[in-house]
Design a protein around this ligand. Structure first.
Ligand code: ZN
Length: 283
C-alpha cells in the first residue's frame, strides 16, 4: 500500500483512506507498538519501515477532518526552492529561461498546515502552486539516475510570495519575500511515489475563489525532479525530511495585465494529482 504520511497533533500518522472532507488515519508509533517514532521528523529516515507498516497494519483507524492536519514536515533542516522552472512562467515574469536550476531558500518559520489561514501582508501577495519533494534518504553527489531512491514522497505546496519584497533590492534576493508567516503551506500529506509511473507527469494547479488559475503537467518542468535533487546534492548535503519546492507553472497573479494579487477573503485551492488538495483562506 502507498504510504500517505500526515502529522496530526504533532504526531506521525498514516492516512489509510480519504474523502473530500476527512481522512481515516492510524498513529504510527501506536500501530507499530513503539518501534517507529511519534515525531514526524524522525520518520523520514525510516521510510522503508513505514512502507512495511502501511502494508501490514491491521490497527483500527480514527477519522479526522482535514482542518486538523498539521504541516506534514514540521521542522525540515533545509528548505530549498527552485525559481522559474517552467518556460511559460519565466516568460510571464519577464525573466530569461535559466540554464541551471535557480535556487533560493524558504525559511522554516514560514511553514503552514494544508488547511489554514494565511495573513495578507501588503498589497502584492501572490500564489504559486508547486510540487514539493520530501527527501527520505539523504546524501551528497546523488546521481540523477538514483535520485528518486532518495525521495520519500511528494506534497502539494504553495510558494506564497510578497512580490514587492521579492523584487526589492539590487540584485533582488527572493528568500525574504517567500518566507513571511504562513507563506509555506505543504500537504495535505506526503505521498510515496515509489513505483508510481506517472510521477513525472502529474497535474499541478490551483484555483482562486473557484476560478482555475494554474493547471500544468509537471513534465513541462525545465529541470525535472531527479535533476534538481541530484544538482542540489552536488552543493549541499541533503538530509531526511529536507523539502524542495520545485517551481511554479504559469498563471500567477503577477503575470496578469494588470496584476491581480490576493485579497483578504480569497480562498486558494491547490491540487497535486495523485496526492491531494490543500485549501487556504487569505485573511
Ligand atoms: Zn516558487
Amino acid at each position: 500500500m502507498q504510504v500517505r504520511f500526515a502529522s496530526i497533533d504533532s504526531r506521525a500518522h498514516l492516512v489509510v483512506d480519504s474523502t473530500e472532507t476527512h481522512c481515516d488515519v492510524i498513529d504510527v508509533a501506536r500501530a507499530s507498538n513503539g518501534s517507529l517514532p511519534s515525531d514526524p521528523m524522525d520518520c523520514f529516515s525510516r521510510w522503508d519501515d513505514l512502507r512495511t507498516l502501511a502494508s501490514s497494519t491491521t490497527t483500527s483507524t480514527k477519522r479526522v477532518e482535514f482542518e486538523r492536519l498539521d504541516c506534514p514536515v514540521p521542522r525540515p533542516r533545509q528548505m530549498f526552492a527552485v525559481g522559474l522552472n517552467y518556460r511559460r512562467h519565466a516568460e510571464e515574469m519577464g525573466s530569461p529561461i535559466p540554464s541551471q536550476p535557480l535556487i533560493f531558500a524558504k525559511f522554516q518559520s514560514s511553514l503552514n498546515a494544508p488547511y489554514a489561514n494565511i495573513k495578507v501582508v501588503g498589497d502584492t501577495v501572490d500564489y504559486e502552486s508547486e510540487v514539493v519533494v520530501v527527501i527520505g534518504t539523504g546524501g551528497r553527489d546523488i546521481a540523477q539516475s538514483s535520485a528518486w531512491d532518495h525521495v520519500a514522497g511528494l506534497c502539494a505546496g504553495q510558494d506564497v510570495s510578497d512580490r514587492k519584497l521579492q523584487y526589492s533590492g539590487t540584485p533582488p534576493q527572493f528568500s525574504m519575500g517567500k518566507s513571511r508567516t504562513g507563506f509555506s503551506p505543504i500537504g495535505p500529506w506526503v505521498a510515496d511515489m515509489a513505483g508510481v509511473e506517472q510521477r513525472n507527469s502529474l497535474r499541478i494547479g490551483c484555483s482562486v475563489n473557484g476560478e482555475r488559475r494554474q493547471d500544468t503537467v509537471i513534465s513541462d518542468m525545465i529541470f525535472p525532479i531527479d535533476h534538481i535533487v541530484s544538482y542540489l546534492s552536488t552543493i549541499c548535503e541533503l538530509y531526511p525530511g529536507d523539502i524542495i519546492y520545485t517551481g511554479s507553472p504559469a498563471g500567477v497573479g503577477h503575470g496578469f495585465k494588470p496584476p491581480v494579487y490576493l485579497q483578504p477573503g480569497d480562498v486558494v485551492e491547490t491540487t497535486l494529482e495523485g496526492v491531494g488538495t490543500m485549501r487556504h483562506r487569505f485573511v
